[in-house]
Design a protein around this ligand. Structure first.
Ligand code: AVJ
Length: 315
């Protein structure tokens, strides 16, 4: 049943339908998994925007504070790059703060959600005409062929790297021919605070998680019974990560083209991992990826970090 393909969140490829069917193969693994890039259809992108405004979801506010406070210092540390590329740019709201300070430059946002990015591109072109915006609809690796090796800044913020385990993060960052990297990471903190951030009182994160099943029903013709699945956020201390799961009260699910699977009551689909980092952990990932950390910017409450790293000299 299971293919030998590595479970890499950014391994899309082969067009969205092929990628979707490929993603659905994870439903037949043990434990069942779905890749986090699948969250971001039009509705999912909308729900994610809603998440960033939730009182419990401090990440976006903390990182925005860092950009508002340190934009000038970040650009200085980055060597005033003329080319800035961003992985998973989304609405690019925080990056716009940086671009405003940067002035004349080229900006290459990359995102799987064309809708979310179109809004961002319009907005930035209108408010910052001196920025040459060249969007790329695709997965992270699609940025590689369009930027030359050398003096450019790779922006990978929002703790998006948290979706990857260390080996996957190293594989991704190592593949990026950038000489500077701006990396946003969420800090390890009180598990109760973390769990609330991923299981909010208003149920927006639950709707975001369940939207995966809505999407698979619509786009692949699966028959998930939505009332038989609920969202759960769990803290795994050993792995230093939040795990999002869709837990079932029991259902046999059919995936057209792939077969069917009986999910027993209490079984779950692991839909996302969100790793939380201390300084040593970040430095280890950077070092393994060929980067060295130069400066770290932190919000006043000490919840979130933005690191500026530089390509390590070859040894
Ligand atoms: C976009 C991956 C950074 O992990 O915090 C938010 C996604 N999932 N709430 C995160 C997410 C549930 C988010 N990232």
């Amino acid at each position: 049943m299971s293919s030998a393909a590595p479970r890499v969140p950014w391994a899309g490829g082969g067009g969205i339908t092929g990628a979707l069917l490929d993603a659905a193969r994870g439903l037949f693994r043990d434990p069942a998994t779905l890749p986090p890039w699948l969250f971001y259809d039009a509705r999912g992108s909308e729900l994610f925007e809603e998440i960033t405004r939730l009182p419990e979801y401090y990440l976006t506010r903390a990182e925005r504070e860092i950009f508002e406070t340190y934009a000038e210092a970040i650009l200085e540390a980055a060597g005033r790059p003329s080319l800035i590329a961003e992985l998973g740019a989304g609405t690019a709201e925080k990056t716009e703060i940086l671009l405003r300070t940067a002035g004349r430059c080229r900006y290459v946002p990359v995102d799987v959600s064309e809708a979310a990015m179109a809004v961002a591109v319009e907005r930035i072109r209108a408010s910052l005409p001196e920025v040459d915006v060249r969007p790329v609809v695709g997965t992270h690796l699609d940025v590689v062929p369009i930027v030359a090796t050398g003096a450019w800044l790779l922006v990978f913020i929002g703790s998006s790297i948290g979706n990857f385990d260390d080996d996957e993060a190293v594989a991704l960052l190592s593949a990026m021919p950038a000489d500077r990297l701006l990396l946003g990471t969420d800090r390890k903190k009180d598990p109760d605070v973390l769990i609330r951030a991923y299981d909010d009182a208003a149920g927006v994160t639950a709707a975001f998680d369940l939207n995966l099943l809505v999407r698979l029903n619509r786009e692949l013709g699966t028959d998930f019974a939505l009332d038989r699945w609920h969202h759960e956020a769990r803290w795994d201390d050993a792995r230093s990560r939040i795990e999002m799961h869709l837990v079932t009260s029991g259902q046999e699910v059919t995936v057209p083209g792939l077969g069917s699977r009986i999910f027993a009551p209490g079984e779950s689909i692991h839909t996302e991992s969100c790793h939380k980092y201390d300084r040593e952990h970040v430095e280890r990932i950077l070092r393994r990826s060929g980067f060295v950390r130069e400066v770290t910017f932190t919000d006043a409450a000490g919840r979130f970090d933005v690191h500026l790293a530089r390509r390590a000299p070859p040894r």
